[in-house]
Ligand binder design. Sequence first.
Ligand SMILES: NC(=O)c1ccc[n+]([C@@H]2O[C@H](COP(=O)([O-])OP(=O)(O)OC[C@H]3O[C@@H](n4cnc5c(N)ncnc54)[C@H](OP(=O)(O)O)[C@@H]3O)[C@@H](O)[C@H]2O)c1
Length: 227
Amino acid sequence: MTASLIVAAAANEVIGRGGALPWHLPADLRRFRALTTGHVVVMGRLTHESIVDRLGHPLAGRTSIVVSRTMRGPGTELAGAAHRAGTGLAGTGGSAGTELTGTGLTGTGRSAGTGLTGTGLTGSPHSTGEDRVLVVRSLESALAAAASIGAPAGSDEFFIIGGESVYRQALPAVDKIYLTRVHAEVSGDCRMPDDWLAGFELASREDAADPGSGTRYSFLGYRRIPS
Ligand SMILES: NC(=O)c1ccc[n+]([C@@H]2O[C@H](COP(=O)([O-])OP(=O)(O)OC[C@H]3O[C@@H](n4cnc5c(N)ncnc54)[C@H](OP(=O)(O)O)[C@@H]3O)[C@@H](O)[C@H]2O)c1
C-alpha cells in the first residue's frame, strides 16, 4: 500500500489562509479529484469541515478518514472491541445500510462485495460507501485504517490530503508526494515545513498556467529516496 501526500504549496510553502486555499486553480482541483477518486483519503478535522462547508457533503467517490479528538456526529460511536484493541476507529452519522462490525468491515455501496474483513473496525459510517466518513482519534489509527480499508477494496494507494497539522505529522510515513507548486509568494497562515522535501526525489514534472489568472504552477511528483 502506497501512502501518498497530495498538496498545493506556494513558493514560500504557504498552503492555506483563513481556513481555505489562497488560490483558485480549477485544473488543480480536477487533478485532485482524478487522482484520489476511488481511494481512501486521510485528513484533519478542519480540512474535513472546510470540504463539507464548500461542497455540502464529503468528497464523493472516496472514503474519508478524519482525524479528530473532538469530532462526534449523530450516531458516532467510539469503536468497541476494536477500539480497545488499539484501532481507535469510530464512525459518524447515520448509516445508510452500511454496517461495521467488530469482526471486520462490511458494507453496501461501492464497498459492497469487496470483502472488507479483518480490519477490526467498528462504528457506523456517515453515509453510503461512495462518500463514507470514518473518524479516528490518532494519525496512527488513520494510517492503519486507510491500508485496511483500501487494500481489500482493490486500491493500492491512499492519500493524505491535509491540512497543515496532518501533513506535518504524516510526512515520515509518506512514500510519494503529489505537489502542485504555485510559482508565487503568497500570504497565509498555514505552511509546509522548511526542507520538507528532503529525503524525496523528483520523479515527474508538468508545467502549466491558469488561463483565468495567469498563475503559473507545476505538477511535481516526488518519491522517497530509498535508504
Ligand atoms: N494547499 C493544500 O493542498 C491544502 C490541503 C488541505 C488543507 N489546506 C489548508 O490547511 C489548513 C487547515 O490545516 P490545519 O492544520 O489548520 O487543520 P487540519 O490538519 O485540517 O485539522 C486539524 C485538526 O485535526 C485533528 N488532528 C490533527 N492531528 C491529530 C492527531 N494526531 N490526533 C487526533 N486528531 C488530530 C484535530 O482535530 P480536533 O480539534 O477535533 O481534535 C485538529 O484540530 C486550511 O487553511 C486549509 O485550507 C491546504
